[in-house]
Design a protein around this ligand. Structure first.
Ligand code: FEO
Ligand code: CA
Ligand code: CA
Ligand code: CA
Length: 547
């Protein structure tokens, strides 16, 4: 792969050799008796033989076809859709699938566990519990207790066992690992704000997420307030956190890590700083909200395996100020601005670090964080360590098509407090994509980007030329650097979410979220994806092969 010298030299003030050594500076994963194999290790720069990936496809044209459209030579298997049985006790796959992460069994490449987020119901709740969102009065929430229970059950996440047999990926329906972590599951809190409750019930609005260096899942609670309202829940402070789940231990209790702050979390991107500290980058997916990073107090120790999870309990949360190129700590004990902050009624806003973490948005604004254009996925480049941020759009700033930023930490120190940045790619008819959302890197450092044009806007007005939402391939170096080619198109009303490669990069997992959304009548579904399975569309996960 070609290294872009100008960029490295300009932004990092160092030669390419130093950067190339980044990968080797990171400790290897702990080896042990674990049944979990390596996930896509290039994500952490752990793979010693990366940069082999070559995407060869003839880009597709935008389309409004009601199917997952792929380039010639590629195909997809539907692995699971809403309602599929996932274990012996009869648990079922949740609704509106989002983030996916494949964790192979040790020594296997075609057999393992797939974590899948389930974000929300929306008007398609009708298909979940019969509640007619189109006819209901939004001011009167007439959901029954039974409907609320069904609603909460289909959100959160699923752990499913999957296997590739005879070239076809499929669900193992009677898996002993198959498990739901839902809006009804008890979770424990960790960190400075854990005093909120000993135990909380439920995780929901799980948008995107990430994997840890010790092969557990981080899943992000995004628009929790919608679910809190719909389900008549009383304590919103229990939601809006990053949760951690160990898919290989079906009896483990998932936790919510309060040290990572409370906001509309999109995803997490974990890396190790040159200091050995763990760093987690995160975006708050809302108009004029912020980009954050968490830096652990302690250092990562591969030999400690899953005990490294403790690093997510004590550390510093920073918010980005892009006008100064500075990370600002949200640290109550050190920040006079936070200690002295008063509201309109001259009442003290925060009295502790727990207060700051629970009310991150307010704290971020007080210390001078830069309001952004809906920061969604944040990902760390597997080869050079730069950070990519998808900014979906922000009509308040006439940014209708969104863009992707690339951030460079000073001296490539992910634990540091200074950075520079550039605009890596911009959405619009000129580039062929709009509203970038989730991103995934392949081992050669190419970006795979999905788009999230809202289902009320697709194929209309200024978004007409883009057709349905899609998946785009964007090299980050070489002649085609920053140039998007369309790899896939989503069914009607849907967005493709949660791209995740198998370690051998022969399969790309993705979710098909909210196909058939934005309908006017349940009698006239706008999508029936995947065709033939039901009278209406069903969200689910697919495996794309042909690489
Ligand atoms: Fe749930 Fe940020 O998209
Ligand atoms: Ca998203
Ligand atoms: Ca969305
Ligand atoms: Ca989105």
């Amino acid at each position: 792969m070609e290294v872009n010298r100008r960029q490295f030299l300009t932004f990092l003030g160092t030669g390419t050799a130093a950067l190339a050594s980044l990968a080797t500076g990171i400790p290897a994963l702990a080896k042990g008796e674990s049944i979990s194999g390596k996930t896509a290790d290039h994500l952490f720069g752990l793979d010693k033989a990366p940069q082999t990936f070559q995407a060869k496809f003839n880009p597709i044209a935008s389309t409004n076809k009601d199917d997952v459209v792929l380039p010639d030579g590629y195909r997809y298997d539907v692995i699971a859709v809403y309602g599929d049985k996932i274990n012996q006790s009869g648990d079922t796959f949740g609704f509106n699938a989002d983030f996916t992460c494949f964790l192979p069994f040790e020594g296997k490449k075609d057999h393992g566990l797939l974590w899948v987020n389930h974000e929300y119901c929306g008007e398609l709740e009708f298909y979940v519990n019969g509640y007619d969102a189109l006819k209901s009065d939004p001011d009167k929430n007439l959901r029954t207790a039974e409907q609320i229970k069904k609603y909460l059950y289909v959100l959160g996440g699923s752990i499913i066992e999957i296997k590739n047999e005879n070239g076809k990926w499929q669900l193992v329906e009677s898996s002993k690992y198959g498990r739901r972590v839902s809006g009804l599951t008890p979770l424990k809190l960790t960190g400075p704000a854990s005093g909120v409750a000993k135990e909380v019930i439920g995780t929901f609005a799980n948008c995107s997420g990430g994997v840890t260096l010790w092969n557990t899942i981080l899943s992000c609670e995004e628009n929790y307030m919608d679910v809190v309202g719909d389900c008549k829940l009383t304590n919103p402070t229990h939601y809006g956190w990053v949760i951690e789940v160990d898919p290989f231990d079906p009896k483990s209790t998932p936790v919510k890590h309060t040290a990572l702050g409370r906001f509309s979390h999109e995803n997490t991107a974990m890396t190790i700083a040159t200091t050995g500290q763990l760093v987690v980058y995160m975006g708050d997916d809302a108009t004029d909200q912020y980009v954050y990073k968490y830096v652990s107090k302690g250092k990562y120790d591969a030999a400690k395996g899953k005990a490294n999870s403790k690093l997510l309990e004590e550390g510093t949360l920073y918010v980005a100020n892009f006008s100064k190129g500075k990370w600002i700590a949200l640290d109550y004990t050190k920040s006079e601005a936070l200690q002295k902050a008063v509201d309109d009624k001259k009442k003290t806003v925060f009295t502790s670090q727990a207060d700051v973490l629970i009310n991150c948005r307010i704290a971020a604004k007080i210390v001078g964080g830069t309001p952004m254009d809906r920061p969604e996925d944040v990902e760390v480049h597997p080869i050079d360590g730069s950070i990519f941020i998808a900014l979906t759009n922000n009509k308040n700033h006439s940014n209708f098509y969104g863009h992707i930023m690339r951030m460079f930490e000073k001296d490539n120190n992910h634990a540091g407090e200074a950075f520079s940045f550039e605009i890596f790619a911009t959405g619009g008819p000129q580039s062929g994509f709009a509203a970038p959302d989730n991103m995934a890197f392949d081992s050669a450092g190419n970006l795979w980007v999905v788009t999230d044009i809202s289902s009320t806007s697709t194929n209309e007005g200024i978004y007409k030329s883009f057709g349905n939402n899609g998946v785009f391939f964007i090299p980050t170096s070489g002649e085609a650097k920053g140039v998007a080619s369309q790899f896939a198109s989503a069914p009607v009303g849907a967005e493709m979410t949660g791209p995740w490669f198998t370690p051998d990069e022969k399969t790309l997992f993705m979710a098909v979220q909210h196909p058939g959304e934005n309908l006017t009548s349940y009698d006239k579904p706008t999508s029936k994806w995947p065709h033939g399975k039901a009278a209406h569309a069903l969200p689910g996960v697919i495996a794309i092969t042909g690489f």
